[in-house]
Design a protein around this ligand. Sequence first.
Ligand code: PMP
Length: 395
Amino acid sequence: MVDAFDKCHSWREYDIVTGMGLNPYYHRIDERAGPNEVRIGGRPMLMAGSNDYLALSTDPRTTAAAAEALGRFGTGTSGSRLTNGTLALHEELEAELAAFLGHEAALVTPTGFQANLALCPLLGPRDALLADRYIHASLIDAARLGQARLRRFRHNDMGHLGRLLEAADPGAGLIILTEGMFSTTGDLCDLPGISKLAAQHGARVVLDGAHDIGVLGPGGRGAAEHYGQGSAVDLHTLTFSKCFGTVGGAVTGPEPVIRYLRHHSRAAIFSASLPAPSAAAALAALDIIRTEPGRRRRVLATAERVGSELAALGFAAGRDGTPTIPVHVGETFACLRLWRELFEEGVFTNAMIPPGVPEGHALIRVAVTASHTGAQVERILDAFAAAGRRLNLIG
Ligand code: PMP
């Protein structure tokens, strides 16, 4: 007889990696001890792997807005948007987000993951979806749940995308799906190339701006604004779990499309709506994003410094002008060892290993925030120098 739980008992990788002291996942944060300072398993640790790029999760204005909304509406909405869970705060946030991104309408969802799943009703059996090979798991799941034919193009390879568009069924509705800034590698999509191909082939462009909306572009409107191509994006998805410092997500686009998603997206209809404190925090964050460009300048300058100094130390560090700096290692265990040495040095980073990245492309993801000080940057660099020398990764 086969037990459906057998796979769990025979899963060995966990024991092997944990036994070697190399498990980078599910480390318990006991408390936050100051900007970017945490206690993990009783040890003080400098956080260098957080998506709180603009340091808004602890800003007094976002926390006060959340506290006020908590007092007014409580801890949860006790219903989905469709039924009893739509608050005035959701509608206000939708109007503000749509106006911010130059779109007609928005739908706020409980998470960014669900914002991407909410795309499913657009992916019909007569449509063809062309997606970058590096898209986030939530977009892959949306593609799997949707009915459109999925083809993946090589990362940012416009020649490959062009060939896939040429080969698509002429009767299919074409959708190109990619990310503004890629979550793992920190580089940007080739939006100018994509929008040119989209215009040639009559394709719609859907961009996940999870990591770039708030921090890129002069006004914080993301990769599209960075490229001066706001109108090239037909639909944007985004999350509040990074630049907005809270939780939640949204889809923005033309009013008829958003109305259709509002009534057809199972991820939005059959799930309780975003709690009021998060909606209020996101609104306060949006206001700060609009009015404080200095935060963007600060985090990007810090990222540039970390990237260039890591490269000077001899690491294969990416430098794409975003808050995420990938340090390419390659082999999975070498990456886990570097992660562990950095942890021993008191710096917490993210180890990205297969299947999160292709085999042989493991990397350490360093992410910086607007509140990292010069002294904290020194600690990150010193930790990399010490860890890299110990492991003979650098000279
Ligand atoms: N899209 C991308 C590109 C992401 O990196 C993430 C989160 N890691 C999401 C969507 C999901 O966002 P959330 O955390 O709000 O569910």
